[in-house]
Design a binder for this molecule. Structure first.
Ligand code: DX5
Ligand code: ZN
Length: 231
């Protein structure tokens, strides 16, 4: 039984950027737990997204922790600048690295900036690839979509990675290890995400979709979380 708090981490990829500050303030007031910022360099994934200036602007609008999801080819280049801009967790992609040694170099650099190290794995990466690094990081982000775009459908066949990871980290006596799910999380599949063992739920288009106010969307997600925990 999971004893960690189930966290909601809004991803602003589909937010209204003309009203960025109020969109951040609104989810902060609604009681989310951290802000998830998707950084894309146009190489690791085709789109370009946010610079350090956007991270600074978000940090000035909230007191919540900010995590940067680095969908970039060379994470080492960006860690210090995003830490200075206000990120307290850096999530780098295993697929961007050559080997476990280069992962360790990135992890040490993240720790050197007093930030928390986390690794993301894309759909085609098996959890076996990163098991040796678990002791040195605080979080794994399991992608349940191809990275690069918000608004895709969660691929539920990938939830087995979360189940395996939760079992393995429990066996390693790491009950507070963070397992984040990123991609297609909606109120309709929250039960599946939580029962698989995820404790941080990234939610982009579920919160920022133009159909309802982000505040109301967060409330619906929280209700779905509470209902799942009762079962
Ligand atoms: C995609 C990003 C996600 C995305 C989530 O590469 O990593 O964080 O914005 O958006 P939804 O919740 O719409 O899948
Ligand atoms: Zn993300």
């Amino acid at each position: 039984m999971l004893t960690q708090k189930i966290e909601i981490a809004p991803s602003i990829l589909t937010a209204d950027f003309g009203a960025l500050r109020s969109q951040i303030v609104e989810v902060t007031t609604a009681g989310v737990d951290r802000i998830h910022l998707d950084i894309m360099d146009g190489h690791f994934v085709p789109p370009l997204s946010f610079s350090t200036e956007v991270v600074t602007a978000v940090a000035s609008a909230t007191t919540l922790p900010i995590e940067v999801h680095l969908m970039v080819e060379n994470p080492l280049k960006y860690i210090e600048m995003f830490s200075k801009a206000g990120a307290s967790t850096h999530i780098f992609h295993f697929e961007a690295m050559q080997n476990l040694d280069s992962c360790q170099t990135v992890i040490q650099e993240i720790k050197a900036t007093n930030s928390s190290p986390a690794i993301a794995i894309s759909p085609n990466t098996n959890i076996d690839s990163i098991l040796e690094l678990i002791q040195d990081i605080e979080q794994v982000t399991v992608m349940t979509i191809e990275p690069g775009w918000g608004g895709q459908k969660l691929r539920s066949e990938l939830l087995s990675k979360i189940i395996d990871l939760r079992r393995i980290t429990s066996e390693m006596n790491l009950p507070n290890f963070n397992i984040e799910i990123d991609g297609g999380v909606k109120k309709e599949n929250i039960q599946q995400c939580i029962s698989a063992g995820a404790n941080i739920l990234v939610a982009g288009s579920a919160i920022y979709n133009g159909n309802m106010k982000p505040m109301n969307a967060v409330e619906e997600l929280r209700i779905a979380i509470n209902n799942s925990l009762k079962k």
